[in-house]
Design a protein around this ligand. Structure first.
Ligand code: HEM
Length: 206
């Protein structure tokens, strides 16, 4: 099976990562409605439209499947790498293309996983009877702890995405293209900066 070979696993990671990135772009565009300044009317209408949509549950299952596959492949690739290099590097300086974000990939991935779990508990599975989703988001971001926590989590997510792009380009043989590199860095800054800016804007606008 293609996913059991080393290149198959890396291709699988690149593809699932790209699909997750697509989700982030869509999620970020929806979240920008929080800043429309209409007391949350458009954001609430948008979220009610999504919640009532018959395709929501199937899409959520597909998203969960992609997320789990991405994690399983990441663990498998990390294991293969350790097996191929059982002693590990004595020197931790950046050598042979191993950048700081490359070595910290597993940590930025883990913090993103923890972030998603806390995030779903805060917004998706929160008990907010009597309050709209917009109300819940705005109340949450009156707390410095949440605003600061989101900012830190988004910096780590930005590093994760940035390295993920470099890795995927390497796998696909596209790493020598400076324009693609520039575009990917721009997109990572957009995602991390956009997601970190929303809680801050809500906090300061209060
Ligand atoms: C400013 C930052 C963010 C805000 C304000 C925000 C807001 C929300 C809200 C309100 C929901 C609940 C939607 C509903 O129940 O209808 C949600 C769901 C979700 N968010 Fe975020 N989000 C942010 C960043 C992120 C990031 C960075 C990720 C991933 C790394 C993420 C992943 C998710 C996922 C997976 C869901 C569940 C989607 C579903 O099952 O329908 N969010 N978000």
């Amino acid at each position: 099976m293609i996913l059991s070979s080393s290149i198959g696993k890396k291709l699988g990671m690149a593809l699932t990562g790209l699909l997750l990135f697509g989700f982030l772009l869509a999620h970020l565009s929806g979240n920008f409605l929080l800043l429309k300044g209409d007391g949350g009317a458009t954001f609430n209408a948008y979220s009610e439209f999504l919640v009532g949509h018959p395709l929501l549950i199937p899409v959520e299952f597909i998203l969960l499947g992609i997320f789990l596959l991405h994690i399983v492949l990441a663990i498998s690739v990390a294991r293969d790498n350790r097996r191929a290099r059982p002693v590990g590097y004595r020197v931790s300086a950046s050598v042979g293309g191993r950048s700081v974000s490359s070595r910290t990939m597993i940590y930025s991935g883990l913090t993103t996983l923890i972030f998603v779990a806390v995030h779903l508990k805060t917004f998706k599975y929160a008990d907010h009877a009597g309050d709209s989703l917009y109300g819940l988001v705005v109340t949450t971001f009156t707390s410095e702890l949440y605003v600061g926590g989101y900012a830190v989590a988004m910096v780590l997510l930005g590093f994760h995405l940035w390295h993920a792009f470099q890795s995927a380009f390497q796998t696909l043989g596209l790493h020598a293209r400076p324009r693609l590199r520039g575009l990917s860095i721009g997109l990572c800054i957009l995602i991390a900066g956009g997601f970190a800016m929303i809680p801050l804007a809500i906090y300061l606008g209060k």
